[in-house]
Design a protein around this ligand. Structure first.
Ligand code: AMP
Length: 256
């Protein structure tokens, strides 16, 4: 992976509002869309910015951004059987069962667009899911079975502000924050003018349950991946561009 830094081209249309990043990736955007990358796993509490970063990474390499939260919300909205099973659990801020989520991810990883790599956002979230993922990757003949695992760290107070203030555009997925990054006109997307919405689980009561569950069920994953020598930690309280630069160093940096 030799350096051909190009600054501007990689991130247009990423949906995050970031148009120009510093030369933080060694691979220009044309080449990036032809290479295979190791599976990328983003760890971090709800509100740590995994979704924003995942979109940028996926856009750069031309690989899918797989958010288990998005897939579940889509199933809830369409009223599928999976959605019906997940709905009340999600409304309480608890985790959907490992079997349901693993099965959902297994189906998604079989799609041809995952051939050159993929970014997992919000999965795995338990040690059982991480162990399942290891087995699943090991069974993928001829492809990398060593995920790059990046832990995005953000303090509790900052997470609360990000989650309670989060508003999303239903059309282009652009994410705003009423405190930190408000839209120009209150409640309306800058890009397409659509009314922004607040996620049903971004209320204070549910947020507190989600953060507690994160500590109890997901934080132990850091140890799981640390013991495997795979965990790279990033300070998620920097600007999107700075976090992104560290992400690319982690992804393209090779072995620890
Ligand atoms: P997220 O959008 O990642 O914050 O996920 C929203 C909700 O979907 C979570 O609070 C869980 O109820 C559910 N969910 C998403 N990913 C998982 C997962 N890997 N395991 C279990 N539940 C999940």
């Amino acid at each position: 992976m030799k350096a051909l830094p190009r600054e501007a081209d990689a991130f247009a249309g990423g949906g995050s509002g970031v148009k120009l990043l510093p030369a933080c990736t060694a691979i220009d955007s044309m080449s990036a869309k032809n290479i295979s990358v190791d599976p990328i796993v983003l760890l971090g509490a709800p509100g740590a910015g995994k979704g924003t970063q995942a979109k940028l990474i996926a856009g750069h390499y031309g690989i899918p951004h797989i958010s288990t939260g998005d897939i579940l919300r889509d199933n809830v909205a369409r009223g599928t059987e999976l959605g019906r099973k997940a709905k009340t659990v999600m409304e309480r801020g608890e985790l959907v069962s490992d079997d349901l989520v693993n099965g959902m991810v297994a189906d998604r990883l079989k799609q041809p667009d995952c051939e050159r790599g993929f970014v997992l956002d919000g999965f795995p979230r338990t040690v059982v899911q991480a162990e399942w993922l290891d087995r699943e990757l090991a069974a993928r003949a001829g492809k990398s079975n060593r995920p790059v695992v990046v832990g995005v760290e953000v303090s509790y107070n900052q997470l609360l502000q990000r989650l309670t203030g989060r508003r999303t555009c239903p059309v282009d997925g652009k994410i705003y924050n009423v405190y930190l990054q408000p839209p120009k006109e209150k409640g309306v997307c800058d890009v397409c003018g659509t009314q922004l919405f607040q996620r049903a689980d971004d209320t204070e009561e549910v947020i507190s349950a989600r953060l507690k569950n994160y500590e109890r069920q997901t934080l132990p994953l850091e140890d799981f991946y640390r013991k495997q020598g795979r965990l790279r930690r990033i300070n998620g309280e920097q600007s999107v561009e700075q976090v992104m630069a560290e992400m690319f160093r982690a992804i393209e940096g090779g072995a620890l």
